[in-house]
Ligand binder design. Structure first.
Ligand code: PMP
Length: 399
């Protein structure tokens, strides 16, 4: 029996770095304290670097979670009667559809079987259908990584399509931002949103998003304002003030998290974003080698659709959902299934941020999964799985 704190390997919240923890583990400062103003201002500038966003784009940091950020994007961009298209990859795309409907949008929901990603030509077809009816689509929505299936969507062709047709593009990056490649400026995307507890590497509590100049103009052009707490017009002056290192107030931010935010973002941006994306690609490849050695198969139907931030793994024959608890008994917390259509058929392991810099964490994780599988009486090569993982990590570090 282990008395160690369990290792958290769910797709968020994730393990965080000691520097981030030290930054927030202080008595709560006021929101107008000089160190909070400095941290807030530098975090906003760092967000443009992590998002690969242009100087004209506006970063927002507000209290809340990923759902808050999703709601904020919808609230600012969508008015009743607007046409919207959703590239739906699962549970969180469904949530986006629900938000859009509640905002009064006419939504075309492009669905796919779990693990598949609708391609850009289907979105184009939906744009054409609206055009034939004399209507222009206001915004296209997609989930960069759907956490319920581990499916990775390529935002690039979607952003290009939207840009070409004068449509706004909004990407939910809650399980992707700062881990999966995303080039906001080069790709011409309009909103990219996330939350602090995933690859950003902080505890939960902050909703983060960057909005393009076009997205901000769309808010300016609204007939009626959105609810005050979601309104970019209420928050933007506060962001601008902090970035100019001036005190400002609209609603109290979680000040401890603000202190930690530039620390986390600096760790992410330190080696450049290419190396950050490569860290996640390498980690995913290494774990994938381990899962193969354990005889596990992923939910995404194509290798190029597999996220680098989490593994959605089908239970092998003879193994059921009690595997998650059996892995927990071995000191590692993983997540069960989430997509309603296949919930009892798979489990999920998150691999984002700090954990990827800790080979010991990855080894503990693979060993616990192997031990959990072995407890069902299935023959399992735990050592082979760890060796396969290390071979990828060591090879790629050396090359
Ligand atoms: N979108 C995606 C892709 C997510 O993974 C999550 C959280 N798992 C959310 C949205 C919602 O975020 P939160 O739970 O922080 O509200």
């Amino acid at each position: 029996m282990t008395t160690r704190r369990p290792l958290v390997m769910i797709p968020g919240p994730v393990e965080i770095s000691p520097a981030v923890r030290d930054a927030f583990a202080v008595p709560p400062p006021g929101h107008l304290a000089p160190d909070v103003i400095e941290a807030f201002g530098s975090a906003l500038a760092l967000m443009r670097r992590v998002w690969l966003a242009p100087a004209s784009a506006q970063p927002f940091v507000v209290p809340g979670s990923g759902t808050t950020a999703m709601e904020m994007a919808v609230a600012n961009l969508i008015e009743p009667g607007d046409a919207a298209v959703v590239v739906n990859t699962g549970y969180f795309s469904d949530r986006m559809v629900e938000m859009l409907k509640r905002a009064g949008a006419d939504v075309v929901d492009l669905t796919a079987v779990p693990g598949e990603v609708p391609n850009a030509s289907r979105a184009e077809g939906a744009f054409d259908d609206f055009a034939r009816a004399g209507r222009k689509v206001k915004a296209l929505f997609a989930t960069h990584v759907d956490t319920s299936t581990g499916a990775l969507c390529d935002p690039r062709p979607l952003a290009a399509l939207a840009r070409g047709r004068g449509v706004l593009s909004v990407f939910d990056g809650v399980c992707a931002t700062a881990a999966e490649r995303f080039e906001m400026e080069a790709w011409g995307a309009d909103v990219y949103l996330t939350a602090s507890q995933k690859a950003i590497g902080l505890p939960p509590g902050l909703a983060l998003m960057v909005a393009s100049a076009r997205a901000l103009e769309a808010r300016d052009a609204r007939k009626a304002p959105p609810p005050l707490v979601s309104d970019w017009h209420a928050w933007r002056p506060v962001m601008q003030a902090y970035e100019a290192r001036k005190p400002a107030y609209f609603a109290t931010p979680p000040t401890n998290l603000i202190l930690a935010l530039p620390v986390g973002l600096t760790e992410i941006a330190a080696g450049g974003m290419d190396s950050r994306f490569a860290l996640h690609e390498r980690g995913a490849r290494a774990l994938s080698a381990a899962w193969s050695a354990l005889g596990l198969h992923i939910v995404p139907t194509r290798e190029q659709n597999a996220a680098h931030t989490l593994s959605a793994l089908r239970y092998p024959v003879g193994v059921d959902a009690s595997l998650v608890a059996r892995i927990a008994e071995r000191g590692v917390i993983v997540a069960g299934g989430l997509h309603p259509a296949i919930r009892s058929e798979y489990f999920r392991v998150g691999h984002m941020g700090y954990a990827l810099t800790r080979t010991d964490f990855l080894m503990r994780c693979v060993e616990a999964v192997a031990g959990g599988l072995a407890s069902f009486g299935t023959p399992v090569d735990a050592e082979g799985a760890v060796t396969a993982m290390l071979a990828v990590l060591q090879n790629e570090v050396a090359s």
